[in-house]
Design a protein around this ligand. Structure first.
Ligand SMILES: [Zn+2]
Length: 376
């Protein structure tokens, strides 16, 4: 056998340089073509990362009086086992494929920067990459003065309104998700979805949502939001989508921890159904990043787990997960620099290959560790 000596040719050197460039994955080489954002309102990091809470699970005043079966179903000796029992798809399938930030117990902190820590300021911070404390001071239905990052993407990619779709349980999204009514497609609260047309499934859900009223007049059951969103996805194949659940917050305010847990189980089921659907679609498979987060935290004790806002300690702590072709599969983040709710929009823009700094007035920056080879 001949021994071969290796003198790299000019062509080989060029190849090595090309590989080096690829390894840095500049924004223009991102694989993410579509983003699906999925939130559930006021989901505590404590429940997401440690499962059913031992301080709440036996408390009559937390609505757990008649929840023995649920306790049995969800209680395990360790936090890792408990969270997998509560949200099995999130923990066993999604997290290993991506990254989740916000487990304070393991040195990862994600925080809101708006001073109010209620829903509209939180969603606005997610949707615009900044706190707007002087304008959005609470949950009043005022039109967002700032174009959302969804509008930014729509304009940059020259999309129709229907190609960027928001389905939300809470009616306030008509105001938070766009600065100009009609800029993108929004279906929120108790509202018929005009699209897709000629869909027996959408017709049925449009009707049923008004018949099966939820405890809050401003938000419908998450099941209708999700059903309409999936039907829209299936029939219209939008470029980008945002699905927003609300029940986790409504039940917590009612001090029904049992129902909070069951809403989280439905959230997990919906993530399963959505992700499974995306993986079976040639358009979305391998080209879609799923971002999962929440608008605010809440209290950590039996007295205040139900509540949030400026007077509740610790409710600035939130969490976010990123799963997609441009995110390293590092799983649960530990010992990270603190990141912020305002960083979510810039991270999404970066994942889609945009220079996030072109989004006027943005305050956040891409989350370090959410993007492959991220230097951010
Ligand atoms: Zn709330």
């Amino acid at each position: 056998m001949n021994r071969r000596t290796f003198f790299p040719t000019a062509a080989a050197l060029a190849d090595i340089f090309a590989q080096e460039l690829l390894a840095q994955t500049p924004a223009s080489r991102r694989k993410t073509k579509h983003v699906v954002l999925f939130t559930s309102d006021g989901v505590r990091w404590q429940d997401l990362f440690t499962g059913i809470d031992p301080n709440l699970m036996n408390a009559k005043t937390a609505g757990m009086a008649d929840a023995a079966a649920l306790r049995k179903q969800l209680w395990r000796p360790t936090p890792e086992e408990r969270r997998a029992a509560l949200m099995p798809f999130f923990w066993k399938t999604l997290v290993p494929k991506g990254v989740v930030f916000g487990n304070v117990n393991k040195g990862s902190s994600m925080q809101v920067t708006n001073r109010y820590r209620v829903s509209y300021p939180g969603y606005s911070e997610i949707l615009t990459g900044r706190a707007q404390d002087d304008v959005i001071k609470g949950n009043d239905n005022i039109q967002n003065p700032t174009p959302s990052f969804l509008q930014f993407i729509k304009d940059k990619q020259r999309l129709n309104a229907e190609q960027v779709a928001v389905f939300a349980s809470w009616d306030n999204f008509k105001y938070s998700a766009e600065s100009v009514p009609g800029a993108i497609y929004i279906n929120a609260g108790y509202q018929r979805s005009a699209l897709p047309r000629n869909s027996a499934r959408a017709d049925e859900l449009n009707k049923l949502q008004f018949e099966a009223r939820f405890i809050a007049d401003t938000s419908r059951h998450d099941a209708f939001t999700f059903g309409l969103a999936m039907e829209y996805l299936d029939k219209l194949r939008p470029e980008h989508m945002y699905v927003s659940f609300d029940e986790t917050d409504d039940w917590a305010h009612d001090r029904r921890y049992d129902e909070v847990l069951q809403s989280l189980q439905f959230f997990d089921q919906a993530l399963h159904d959505l992700w499974t659907w995306l993986q079976q679609s040639p358009k979305y498979r391998g080209a879609t990043t799923l971002v999962i987060t929440t608008d605010h935290g809440r209290g950590s004790t039996l007295a205040d787990f139900s509540d949030h806002g400026p007077k509740v300690p610790g409710d600035e702590q939130i969490w976010a997960a990123f799963i997609g072709p441009d995110t390293p599969a590092t799983g649960e983040a530990t010992n990270t620099a603190t990141c912020y709710q305002r960083d979510i929009a810039p991270t999404i823009l970066d994942l889609l290959g945009f220079d996030y700094r072109e989004y006027s007035g943005v305050k956040g920056k891409p989350v370090r560790g959410a993007i492959e080879s991220s230097q951010a």
